[in-house]
Design a protein around this ligand. Sequence first.
Ligand SMILES: Cc1cc2nc3c(=O)[nH]c(=O)nc-3n(C[C@H](O)[C@H](O)[C@H](O)COP(=O)(O)OP(=O)(O)OC[C@H]3O[C@@H](n4cnc5c(N)ncnc54)[C@H](O)[C@@H]3O)c2cc1C
Length: 558
Amino acid sequence: MAEFDYVIVGGGAAGCVLANRLSENPANRVAVIELGGDRNAGRTIVKMPLAMVTFMAPALAFLGGPKFMSWFETEPEPGLQGRQIALPRGKGTGGSTNINGQIFIRGQREDFDHWRDLGNAGWGFADLLPYFRKLERFDLLADPKNGRGITLGGRPLFDQIDPKFHGTAGPLNVAQPRSINPMTEVYLKAAEQAEYPLTADFNGARQNGFGYYTFTQKGGERQTAEAAYLDPIRQRPNLTILTDTQATRVLVQDKRAVGVAWERDGHAGETRGREIILSAGSFVSPQLLLLSGIGPRRHLERLGIPLVHELPGVGENLQDHLDVTIEYRAKTTAPYGISWWALPRNVLHVLDWLFRRRGLFASTTAEGGAFLSTKRGVDRPDIQLFFCAAVGNTQNAAGFTGHGFLVHVCDLRPGSVGRLQLKSADPKEKPSIIYNFFRDNSTIDALREGIRIARRIINQRAFVPHLEREVSPGPEVESDGALEAFIRQTVGTLFHPVGTCSMGTTPEAVVDPASLRVHGMEGLRVIDASVMPSIVSANTVAATYCIAEKGADLVLGR
Ligand SMILES: Cc1cc2nc3c(=O)[nH]c(=O)nc-3n(C[C@H](O)[C@H](O)[C@H](O)COP(=O)(O)OP(=O)(O)OC[C@H]3O[C@@H](n4cnc5c(N)ncnc54)[C@H](O)[C@@H]3O)c2cc1C
């Protein structure tokens, strides 16, 4: 008899949800196998929202960031003059929610209806809204005193929220920013001056407009998947968590998954289960399928991996968001930053964090944003703007000296489709990843128009007292050609890979939408961001949590 009913590979966003939901019934024996360490949610570098800027700053590695990171990179990208892009993923229980930007936005109704229309019955917006509500504790409605005082367009935010789009009793706390830098207010004022609409809720009826972001935070601290889903139930006797353990392949007998092979401290082992669920994220879930002989025949034959089941779509259909940054210097010290003039205020920020969990350290600096359409006559947003009230990029602490601000411009549906393949049959070797940016149907138009819109906002009256100059790309970079060159030189991803084990019913699909079972296999499912058939028009964690909540119901036959 198998040791466990369910063996979950990966304790990240999806893995923690599954560990919780599948072990609710004490009769189910559940194991989680996780590459990184355990009990991360209580560490300062994880729970302090601002600390995310240290994860990608090599000079600040001594603060402990590398412990929570796995690094991948793209092949030289032909559309980016051969540039390679570094791709971080989170590690340890909590996965990428230990290091991510904490922004919580679901995506557009059209994204999920598109999934449904591709042949994924049960995955339309109306089908998924109950799961979005189930997973969420929307702080502003659950405990209105926490958001007291936040206004938008002169009215309390609370009065502008439609409760039918929110849950108030789920495990994951979704909160308004605890502290709002005056520059974020200036940015929203400027949007009004440029005659753009404001929105109180990017997760409401429509996404369009400018507003404050909502965050996976509680009481001013980051709330990871571990904190929300694992810590409250980790004492369950039917739950086993194996950490610092790298799954290396799925064990299969006659097209039935029967266990997982793994390595820990140079020792090999196996965990047997009635069902194996891959939740190792969009890079490693397909990698494990390929290492187990499940994937495109020719690719596996070339690497000498015995074919277990031919499935051409494994590792294909890779999608991500594209992002460029405009940087501005300020002539006031209103933005966050380090300077002699800001010293007293920064001391207060430290105290504010220590005693009230507010201020700079409770912020990621990206407190506000926007969803807009760059196409005339089209209402559905195709870009997202992030306003950072500091020059320190949300993923880079290097720029905190001095005062300035950034606008990130993100292409929500870039159209480029990449793929992931193995370089060898060695599970320790990172896979080959290519995104094919700006090839085939993918253009730079949305990013170029997005930069122009962002500049229009920053050039409004509200910014006049603060704006010194645009530093990058610089006001002279204005023509179509110059902007295109800037985009190709600097564009990166927002670290939102999806699609490599896509659900669907066509021959290219990897999992069945009705069960998330791998087509043609027994006892094997994939449940994580990799099953999205197309990228959502928002940061990807909310949709991943939702997939895992629904996935748990599918596993349990509910
Ligand atoms: C820097 C960064 C910033 C981001 N910012 C945001 C944001 O602000 N908002 C947002 O919505 N999204 C953001 N994201 C994306 C979001 O975090 C992911 O979409 C989400 O976490 C995906 O969940 P997942 O369960 O698919 O994978 P993950 O959360 O990455 O979990 C995968 C888990 O599998 C484990 N694993 C990997 N290989 C193995 C193996 N061989 N054996 C065992 N375990 C293994 C990993 O260690 C990890 O714990 C960001 C991501 C990054 C990296």
